[in-house]
Design a protein around this ligand. Structure first.
Ligand code: MLT
Length: 325
């Protein structure tokens, strides 16, 4: 009798202390950071940079995994189903907000099924084209696309992705309709742009600046009102009188809902140190991207930003009558 009581008491202690003890020695094994778009794209570049920086802070390997498809919702669903122990994380941007409006049977909710850890970056977007696109500057490009739109292919990473949203805003602002070609990420889309298989793309600088600077693709404008410090001769689209076409892309880090508080605090601290890391800032700067300040690399800031994007961008998509399925 006594033995059974002792055994039951021990089992109860393990059950109560187990998760706490696990959380206290976190991380004790490698972490997976999911980037739900294909390798070689702007999100992958940013994710690998933060995986390396946070690995240094946490003293554990961080492996990047790219389960791509359906505008990031396949990889995002994988994280929603993972154990909330801190060993599976999600690095994602605006599509965490827009996919809810895009996909009827999304197997997760962006707020209810995730624990925000913090914001990481903010970055601009560029209008780029295959190198032999028949326009030598922004003025010629505007004239050409307005008269030839149905013959022009626009690559993007799926309905609700950053490149799709940018393309949608561009078509709305110019009152044109391109022939949309979806990919599993703008990494593979850029490969086809470099090869001349597609004509245009509206993409983040973290995926396109190296090819622009190497003159392998043409950039016609920075999206929005402001020129990029890294491409000072490139006009902003607003300089050509195009209004209402402005979007920046912010990446944030999430875990599955139910993350123990000590684990959340450890991950938030590692993210805050990474955004403040001079090497991270310098490498982001080379991509035309800015690290957020440490006070934005916290759960409350990411939660607020997701709310803002869900409210502001979904109205744009609904107005445009856009639905994935
Ligand atoms: C990527 O990394 O492929 C992009 O972030 C996809 C997108 O355009 O949203």
């Amino acid at each position: 009798m006594k033995k059974n009581l002792l055994r039951a008491g021990l089992a109860l202690c393990v059950a109560l202390v187990g998760p706490w003890a696990t959380a206290q020695d976190f991380p004790s094994r490698p972490i997976t950071m999911v980037m739900p778009y294909a390798p070689g794209g702007p999100g992958d570049a940013i994710t690998r940079l933060f995986a390396g920086a946070m690995q240094k802070q946490l003293g554990q390997q961080i492996v990047v995994d790219n389960p791509a498809g359906a505008s990031g919702s396949i990889g995002t669903a994988k994280v929603a189903r993972a154990k909330p122990d801190g060993y599976t994380l999600l690095m994602i941007h605006v599509s965490h907000a827009t996919n809810t409006a895009m996909y009827k049977n999304l197997p997760y909710h962006p707020v209810d099924d995730f624990e925000p850890i913090g914001r990481a970056t903010i970055g601009p977007m560029l209008i780029v084209a295959r190198n032999d696109f028949p326009a030598k500057d922004l003025k010629e490009w505007l004239s050409y696309v307005k008269t030839n739109a149905p013959k022009i292919s626009l690559a993007h990473a799926g309905v609700g992705s950053a490149s799709h949203l940018c393309g949608l805003m561009m078509m709305n602002a110019l009152n044109v309709k391109f022939n949309e070609i979806p990919y599993k990420g703008t990494g593979p889309a850029l490969t086809d742009l470099l090869g001349g298989q597609v004509d245009l793309m509206c993409d983040q600088t973290s995926g396109t600046v190296p090819s622009v600077k190497a003159e392998k693709i043409k950039a016609y404008a920075a999206v929005g009102k402001t020129r990029l410090s890294g491409l000072p001769d490139l006009p902003a689209i607003a300089e050509a009188g195009v209004q209402g076409f402005d979007i920046t892309i912010s990446f944030g880090l999430y875990a599955p809902k139910g993350l123990p508080k000590p684990v959340l605090d450890t991950l938030t601290s590692a993210l805050q140190k990474s955004v403040a890391d001079p090497e991270v800032k310098q490498r982001l700067d080379a991509m035309g991207v800015t690290a957020v300040s440490p006070d934005m690399a916290r759960p409350e800031a990411l939660r607020a930003h997701l709310k803002y994007e869900m409210e502001s961008l979904n109205s744009l998509l609904t107005k445009a009558g856009v639905k994935a399925n």
